[in-house]
Design a binder for this molecule. Structure first.
Ligand code: BT5
Length: 324
């Protein structure tokens, strides 16, 4: 209900909407409208006015609340349930915990801060408070486990398109799962899966986007390699709007994937890729493996990178780190 109130106030930016109008539109009593407005004010929304004079939303602050994310969200499944935390070890861990207790597909977990944000292979993901989008999406796809890798590609497409939609940052996708701008990392994706031989129980797609992070908030070791939307375009971007755009794009790509139309997602991935067609080095993910050099020719339906080696052979790389 709060999400709907916000939506109406936002549509009427600058024009007061009376308590009675809101009550009628939402089928509520004026008292309960007033209670919701009071709760929204407490959550940090600058809502001026009174029931009689009408309510005005003075400005839309960059709050990451469940209401803010759900208001105007154009999805059917993703974000049906949104849980927002101030601080959490990792949104992926919380989403997995919820999933094991039967949470429905589409649950979204967001945190202002992660104290133990994770990348792949136990690497750390810097998640300073208040400036990023640290978000996990619970899916229960009826897919065989090997095809779940497709969802990471789908998420990368959704993020890159969403960043382009809410900002002026011309970002691209670096294989396998990074969204980059100006050669630096803007977003990382960590897809985790719980499955047995017969079926996939659930998948958690964890998405970390540096939205309004100032350079000084990155740990020194990644200051050169990381960037944020704010750094790239010189002004901040709205985090909740970005979250909504990502969820809408991911839901669309997810449906396409389940409907057997992953080709379309892959075509968009290719169009956004900064890796394909270029000479690259693949840094090994495990010790003892050699580094490989070649030209990144394509990705296949499992998300593997097809690398043309100097001797002309085509090598399929399932995991690794690309250095351009
Ligand atoms: C990733 O791993 O890029 C996946 C990151 C996923 C983060 C999200 S946030 C919500 C959800 N909850 C979690 O706990 N995780 C997910 P990987 O490809 O392994 O890259 C990790 C490497 O990126 C690190 O070793 C650093 O070099 C670099 N890095 C760490 N924090 C970064 C940041 N904030 N921005 C850019 N680069 C970063």
């Amino acid at each position: 209900m709060r999400a709907r109130i916000l939506e109406i106030l936002r549509e009427n930016r600058g024009r007061p909407v009376s308590g009675e109008e809101l009550a009628r539109a939402l089928g509520l009593s004026r008292t309960s409208v007033w209670k919701h407005v009071t709760a929204l004010r407490r959550a940090g929304y600058p809502i001026e006015g009174s029931p009689r004079r009408g309510y005005v939303l003075e400005s839309v602050p960059d709050l990451l609340t469940a209401e803010e994310i759900r208001s105007g969200l154009a999805t059917e499944v993703l974000g049906r349930q949104v849980e927002v935390r101030q601080s959490v070890s990792s949104t992926n861990d919380l989403a997995k915990e919820r999933a094991r207790r039967g949470a429905p597909e589409g649950l979204v977990v967001v945190a202002e801060e992660q104290t133990a944000g994770r990348g792949r292979l136990g690497r750390a993901w810097a998640s300073p408070p208040g400036v990023g989008l640290w978000m996990s999406v619970l899916l229960r796809p009826p897919l065989p486990a090997p095809e779940v890798a497709r969802l990471t590609l789908a998420a990368a497409v959704a993020v890159a398109e969403a960043v382009r939609a809410v900002s002026d940052v011309p970002c691209g996708i670096k294989w396998p799962n990074d969204v980059v701008a100006g050669g630096r990392k803007l977003c990382g994706i960590l897809t985790e899966i719980e499955a047995d031989w017969e079926r996939v129980h659930f998948v958690v797609v964890g998405i970390g986007v540096n939205v309004n992070t100032p350079a000084a908030a990155f740990p020194p070791e990644i200051r050169e390699s990381a960037t944020s939307i704010r750094i790239e375009q010189g002004r901040p971007a709205p985090r909740a709007a970005l979250a909504r755009a990502i969820l809408a794009g991911l839901e669309h790509a997810y449906r396409e994937t389940l409907a057997g139309r992953f080709d379309g997602v892959l075509a968009r991935w290719r169009a956004l890729s900064v890796t394909l067609g270029r000479p690259v080095r693949i840094l090994p993910v495990a010790e003892g493996q050699p580094a490989l050099a070649g030209v990144a020719e394509d990705v296949d339906g499992d998300g593997a990178l097809l690398l043309r080696l100097p001797d002309g052979r085509l090598h399929r790389v399932l995991a690794g780190e690309v250095s351009l």
